[in-house]
Design a protein around this ligand. Structure first.
Ligand code: SF4
Length: 81
């Protein structure tokens, strides 16, 4: 059993590239990224990356958006550009 998320090396949240408050990043890291498998496997960023191969920066680990809603936002953003 992994003691930390297998996506740590490729996650913009973990690497500090997302503009979020530092205290939020620390909470996410300790609760999700460095937690038990039941924690990181429930991270929405982990789930979305598993499903579609990447995770947009607007998705936080505790996001309540469904994968369909996230995909819809991605499509909308592409149309808007
Ligand atoms: S934010 Fe989620 S996907 Fe990223 S390293 Fe942490 S647990 Fe893994």
């Amino acid at each position: 059993m992994n003691r930390q998320c297998s996506k740590i090396g490729k996650c913009n949240l973990f690497s500090g590239e997302l503009e979020i408050p530092e205290d939020s990043r620390i909470r996410y890291k300790y609760f999700y990224c460095l937690g038990e498998e039941t924690c990181w496997s429930s991270c929405k960023r982990f789930i979305v990356k598993d499903e579609i191969g990447f995770c947009p920066d607007f998705v936080m680990p505790n996001s309540l958006l469904s994968s369909e809603q996230i995909m819809s936002r991605i499509r909308w953003a592409k149309v808007g550009n």
